[in-house]
Design a protein around this ligand. Sequence first.
Ligand code: HEM
Length: 518
Amino acid sequence: MTDDERPVLTNRQGHPIHDNQNQRTVGARGPATLENYQFLEKIAHFDRERIPERVVHARGFVAYGYFEAYGTIGDEPVANLTRAKLFQKKGQRTDLAIRFSTVIGGRDSSEAARDPRGFAVKFYTEDGNWDLVGNNLGVFFIRDAIKFPDVIHSLKPDPLTFRQEPNRIFDFMSQTPESMHMLVNLFSPRGIPADYRHMQGFGVNTYKWVNARNETVLVKYHWIPKVGVSSMTAEDAAAVQADDLGHASRDLWEAIERGDFPEWELRVQVMSDEEHPELDFDPLDDTKTWPENLFPPRPVGRMVLDRTVDNVFAENEQIAFGTGVLVDGLDFSDDKMLVGRTFSYSDTQRYRVGPNYQQLPVNNAKHADVRTNQRDGFMAHHVDGTGANPHVNYEPSITGGLRQAAYPTADEQGPELRGRLTRARIPRTNDYQQAGQRYLLMQDWERDDLVLNLVALLGQCDREIQERMVWHFLMVENDLGTRVGDGLGVTPQDVAGLPPLATQNLSDEERERLANLG
Ligand code: HEM
């Protein structure tokens, strides 16, 4: 192509740009003029190139692919449990976008940080979009959404020094016993996945499935990587980030570009939709996993990633996931985190991206018919069709416009609920048992790494915080508490007199453990 055949540069108004090197001035050396439309437009647009980064999960990377349904869950038809269309037919494919992320660092922070990883999938189904917004560790720090700003503030940099401070983190965690299961995972090697391809994903919160008879079950989602799980120690991670702060995005991009398409199997755990008093944990508590021997994860399909983004800003920065984005056949549970998350995501996106964020191509429900009476607002660039009468942007109307859809089935779904308005902890908190089981299941080197990491960070904390953390770790598992205590010079006897926190419901088993401390 010769220079003359190349397309001409214009401004946004479609005017050709004749000189992109010199602004308009009075004489070659003279002052600039204010009517310099071309120059002012160029600079003013540049000045607005950045939108706020995500308040959490700022650094991430998007890829595209498809979900392929098995049509079954384990060995039974999936229709027995959910009527969600994307799962029904064996071999049926649904387009999807996925965004992997770290949580605490800013947009250019290290991808080798010790941090949970985000694992957010947007399925573009024929019934509209479904977002499954999860992480790689399977549990979370807290079980009530009202604590989210606090847990995140404690993990974010100090407001004065702008450094992530162990004393702030463990100050909060030492008063938050439900965080122990997450901490045992986060400070083990699993807290630094080798890259995005070698990690699991989990929905973490408890959702529901609804079948054609309106029967509901509780479900938890698991993504299992075909290449296996691989993690880094702090030392491995230091070496990786000395060279490259974005190794995980690079690895994902390069794998897809060379045709080595990453793949995960989606497995689902199912529980009947009840309180399950026979269990020693609450099925709606996101600090717990469901024992796999009792609730085996059963395969329902696989995800393959085969395409990279065309533009990072349009697709990675503007993509917007939310836990409220469900399709027919899927529903929320009463998990108190899930309800809070569902408000938070679209709220932040209206602020971060703008009220019309759902019109953007990456967020648009591209395989469904979208017809709303939503109008106007910042950056509206599309008006939905309203049917026969374009004057009618309201409902109901007898002069045309859109109508409500019929309910998929006649009845409401799910169990009947009764209760008093209250502010109360769930009764079965059981904060330590699963953390202890996780510790015992680790290999020796993983336990050594966990103790090393905890001692290194707690070593920088106030004595009072160290003592309370050793107390918690003794409650988790004697060996863990003793080893962390040894590293800090805190003995079980030093902490034996500490009372349980006012925020705790101790189980009988926990009381017994407490009585034996020291
Ligand atoms: C991102 C809130 C718990 C996974 C976000 C964002 C907010 C938020 C405000 C930024 C969204 C954006 O700017 O587009 C909350 C609240 C929580 C909570 C209030 C608890 C009440 C969780 C949990 C998980 C999780 C338990 C994991 C299961 C994610 C992921 C993203 C994210 C993966 C990044 C999505 C993306 O890549 O764009 N969260 N979150 N969050 N959150 Fe949460």
